[in-house]
Design a protein around this ligand. Structure first.
Ligand SMILES: Cc1ncc(COP(=O)(O)O)c(C=O)c1O
Length: 439
């Protein structure tokens, strides 16, 4: 490592060229572009923590099955919008094996990433009942889902759950849902960006309050099984991935292939619609979608209108991965443990150099080591800290864009930091700490 901190005028010139005043207040894609430019100009590799891209190779079982399906000719054929029979079957088995949840195959539908599952859910739910269109975000959360609602013209409300964990969650949810105008609520667990994981009791509270006010629970399981404090990876054996679906009447689960199976590039996920919701009927659904039931409306109208289904070969990939998990011939957790190892090392590097972990607890226990962590530096806002860290070859994103109240914080994603870069991190943080003494 040389030249840290970088020459300020060089970095400032790049920011100016990119028409960016502050790295800390930029979007993820803007940060990526700026850092690409700085890396090219300085010939130095950044510690890149801004993007949530899997840092592992795609699951081989998926690749093999996908390639075979392409050789067998599926590229020429429109996929069944409902999902292939085999994927529906293996998804049903996967849910039983890893969540201990029984659902019919009809409930399991592939989507073009969870991103599409979320978009189709917001779109369809917002047309069910004109009096219950709002979405409640249990934040912090994934900024794109917020954007999806904005694009669709759907009103949202948000709260940062940090101060409302455990029993306090019930009253907080009541205060929103009792107004009667919410159609759905959404959260991720493990959480992007804070990496907390709701406990069973909290998921039960979410489900109970949602049931009371007839609100649909959208549970985003983008990081399925990735609370590494537990081992959720043995089929049919407890502990299971915690889920509100055990108590909620109307729910949608979004299970992504992107992170747990490192399959982000092929844009594949499954959406699980509870039978109560799938069979729900309304005149409004008929009016907008030409279908009376929710399940048929979201599949045969929303997904049809959006992409006409999910790429055929990617469905074969996910089927093979789920089958191998179900049969116990592939343990999805083993490879992912690399994220845990890196998080442990990186978090210590930060805290050894004056930084704090922002979301540091899951109720009474320390937050897990995993894909993301959050950090802050005394005396600085998140934006100020990120604006400064860029001169030290470190990039991340501000918590501001995630609906977090913790404006002092930033989100770090460990996935793109390679093992051979790890020795550079403490050196850069030490230089930052030295140049920014804590008062
Ligand atoms: C919480 C959350 N939901 C959904 C997604 C998107 O998943 P997919 O790649 O399946 O669209 C992400 C990706 O970062 C995420 O963090």
């Amino acid at each position: 490592m040389q030249n840290i901190p970088f020459d300020r005028s060089l970095i400032d010139g790049i920011l100016e060229k990119n028409k960016v005043k502050s790295v800390g207040s930029s979007t993820i894609r803007e940060v990526k572009k700026i850092i690409d430019d700085v890396e090219a100009a300085t010939n130095e590799k950044f510690i890149r923590m801004e993007m949530g891209i899997p840092g592992l190779p795609a699951t081989q079982i998926g690749l093999d099955a996908q390639i075979q399906s392409l050789k067998d000719g599926v590229a020429a054929i429109y996929p069944d919008i409902y999902g292939t029979k085999e994927l529906k079957y293996e998804t049903k088995r996967f849910l039983k094996n890893f969540i201990n949840l029984d659902v019919p195959e009809d409930s399991c539908v592939p989507t073009v990433g969870s991103m599409q599952g979320g978009f189709a859910s917001f779109l369809t739910i917002s047309r069910m009942n004109p009096k219950k269109q709002k979405v409640l975000f249990i934040d912090p959360g994934f900024p794109v889902q917020r954007m999806q609602c904005r694009i669709l013209g759907i009103e949202t409300e948000h709260f940062d759950v940090y101060d409302y964990r455990g029993d306090k969650l019930r009253d907080k949810l009541e205060s929103y849902l009792s107004k009667g105008d919410f159609g759905s609520l959404i959260y991720s667990s493990p959480n992007n960006p804070a990496w907390f994981c709701f406990k069973e009791e909290e998921l039960q509270i979410i489900a109970e309050v949602a049931n009371k006010y007839d609100v649909i629970v959208i549970e985003d399981l983008a990081y399925f099984g990735m609370d590494f404090r537990q081992d959720y990876s043995t089929p049919g054996v407890a502990p299971f991935q915690p889920s509100a679906s055990h108590w909620a009447k109307k729910y949608i689960l979004l299970i992504s292939g992107s992170k747990a199976f490192s399959y982000a590039g092929e844009r594949i996920a499954v959406m699980i619609i509870s039978p109560d919701l799938f069979n729900y009927e309304s005149d409004m659904l008929e009016k907008y979608f030409g279908q009376r039931t929710f399940g048929r409306a979201i599949v045969f109208s929303s997904l049809y209108a959006l992409t006409s289904g999910t790429a055929h070969s990617a469905q074969y990939a996910l089927t093979a991965i789920f089958k191998a998990c179900n049969d116990g011939t592939f343990n999805f957790r083993n490879d992912l443990l690399d994220y845990k190892k890196k998080a442990e090392i990186m978090k210590k590097d930060f805290t050894d150099n004056g930084f704090k972990i922002v979301y540091d607890k899951d109720l009474d226990v320390d937050i897990a080591d995993g894909f993301y962590f959050t950090f802050s530096y005394p005396g600085m806002t998140g934006i100020e800290m990120l604006d400064e860290l860029v001169y030290y070859g470190i990039s991340a994103i501000s918590l501001n864009i995630t609906g977090s109240k913790r404006t002092e914080g930033a989100r770090a994603c460990v996935s793109l930091v390679s093992h051979d870069q790890l020795p550079d991190l403490p050196k850069r943080l030490k230089a930052f700490h030295k140049d920014h003494p804590i008062k």
